[in-house]
Design a protein around this ligand. Sequence first.
Ligand SMILES: [Zn+2]
Length: 333
Amino acid sequence: MSYEKIPKVELHRHLEGSLRLSSLIDLAKQHGQELPADTPEALSPYAQVLEPMESLDAVLAAFDLFQNAFRSLEAVERITFEAIEDAARDHVALLELRFSPGFMAQPANLDWDEMMQAILRGVQKATQQYNILVGLIAIVSRSLGPTSARETVAFTLNWRHELVGFDLADAEDAWPAKDFAREIKPLHAIDMPITVHSGENVGPKHIRESIELLQARRIGHGVSLIEDQTLTEQFIENGWALEMCPTSNERTQAVERLSAHPAATLLKRGACVTLNSDDPGLFAITLSGELQRAENEMGFDQGMIEQARQNAISASFIEQKIKNDFFNVQEKS
Ligand SMILES: [Zn+2]
């Protein structure tokens, strides 16, 4: 069936991975930057990851052109607006959108608080125009190191009412959970919900550490969870959510092929599996397309896709009352 018209829920989408190629070109012109091509079709092979790469690191390196678009506050606002607009056009009803202030600020040394204000303007404009619920998550880019992590924690404390959660991303192998356990402690004190990119291209011991040392209650990817029976049982028992991203997991070779993805098996066993796009601009995908792939290639039937959607609604970090009100109105209309 087609999933385009169904109101969907996305828990794992990066702002920096949501750029339109047409905007990348526009913004490069505005900022006086050279690009390897000047039409979306010709730029695609340079900017997007359309085939499986040799590793997660190779995919992370492909982010360069996208990162370079964040050179002004106008660009930040525009990219935010368009990311939400694209989600709304794909009938995403609830969107958690995440961004790494340290990573975004790098190319032009933008002020983090001014960037946040620009993001909020983008959110406000988009949510006035489209019927979509948006929650923002701040990310620590692990490879920027503990100082950047401390700054991101301070940023998160400062903007805690505008953010719904906190995340750690990239290079888990080189930067394991223990390197950040102390830095993120102040967030536990305010009960800031924590999700962590974990077990994507590394074994399940990293997922265990994300749970134990960082108190993550949602895991981004978690592809290797299934290798640890005891931990899998704990996930099922506690309802800890898995934000799984089929095409992303295929292109970073977190799974050899989609038919070998553990999402369906975990969902059938009662784990809180959710399906997400990760980086729709980078991978040239939509959430509808991801659900379609889950049905065609990963052993999901429509009931399982609906279960994953319900899981995502309940696991969303957006306040329960706001979610309930929003979906009650949706169902009545
Ligand atoms: Zn991600």
